[in-house]
Design a protein around this ligand. Structure first.
Ligand code: SF4
Length: 208
C-alpha cells in the first residue's frame, strides 16, 4: 500500500498545528513546529487567506494526517460512516478511533500511530487472544487488545508505556499496563476525542 515517506514535521507545519506524529520528539524543544510554526515553502511566512473550499480541504487533510491514512482509505471510512445510523461526522470520528492501530497508540503501546501501525503489522498484538495484523481492524465493545507475551519485554513497547503518562488514556479504554492489555469499555463517542477537529467541514467537502 502506498504511504507517505516525506518529512512528517512538514505536515504539522502545513496544518499549522502540532499533530504529534513523531512520538517523544513532539514533547521536546526539538519539535519543528515549536521552532518554525509557519507553513513550509517559500511563501510560508506570508499571509494566507483560505476560501471556504480551502478551509474544508485543510481540515480534511489534517484529520487524514492525524490518523495516518491515505485518501482512499479515508474516503472509504467516511462512506461507511455515511451508511451508519446517526450523525455522519461523529460516526466518522468514532470509526477512525476504533481502528486497531489507533487503539494501540491510545493505549500507550506505541509512541505514535505510525509506530502502532508497525506493531500491528508485525504481529505484536492480539484481540481476545487471537493475533491480528490488520491496522484498520475495528475493535468492538468488550474486546481485549493485548501485546503478545513474547513482545511484552520489547524495550520500545515498555518505553512507550512509560511515556503514556504524558498523555491521557481515554475513558473508553481500560489499560492494564502491567499485563499490557487494554479493554474496550465502550465505543468511543465524539466527546471522547479532544483533539481539535472540525469533522463538519469534511462532511461538507465530501457532500459536494
Ligand atoms: Fe509535529 Fe511532532 Fe514534528 Fe513537532 S515533532 S512538528 S508535533 S511531528
Amino acid at each position: 500500500m502506498a504511504r507517505y515517506c516525506g518529512s512528517v514535521c512538514r505536515l504539522c507545519r502545513r496544518e499549522n498545528q502540532k499533530l504529534f506524529l513523531k512520538g517523544d520528539r513532539c514533547y521536546t524543544e526539538k519539535c519543528a513546529f515549536e521552532r518554525r510554526g509557519y507553513p513550509p515553502g517559500q511563501h510560508g511566512q506570508g499571509r494566507i487567506k483560505f476560501s471556504e473550499y480551502g478551509l474544508q480541504l485543510r481540515e480534511k487533510q489534517k484529520i487524514k494526517r492525524i490518523y495516518g491514512l491515505q485518501e482512499t482509505q479515508f474516503r472509504n471510512t467516511f462512506e461507511n460512516a455515511e451508511n451508519m445510523k446517526g450523525v455522519t461526522g461523529s460516526n466518522f470520528i468514532s470509526l477512525l478511533e476504533r481502528r486497531l492501530d489507533n487503539v494501540a497508540y491510545r493505549s500507550g503501546f506505541a509512541n505514535s500511530r505510525n509506530e502502532a501501525r508497525q506493531l500491528v503489522r508485525h504481529g505484536h498484538l492480539t484481540i481476545n487472544g487471537k493475533r491480528v495484523n490488520i491496522p484498520s481492524f475495528l475493535v468492538k465493545k468488550g474486546d481485549v487488545v493485548e501485546v503478545t507475551k513474547t513482545s511484552q519485554e520489547v524495550a520500545r513497547i515498555r518505553g512507550a508505556l512509560e511515556a503514556v503518562k504524558r498523555r491521557e488514556v481515554p475513558q473508553w479504554l481500560e489499560l492494564d499496563a502491567a499485563q499490557c492489555t487494554s479493554r474496550i469499555r465502550d465505543l468511543p463517542s465524539r466527546e471522547d476525542v479532544t483533539a481539535p477537529m472540525e469533522e463538519r467541514l469534511v462532511v461538507e467537502l465530501y457532500s459536494k
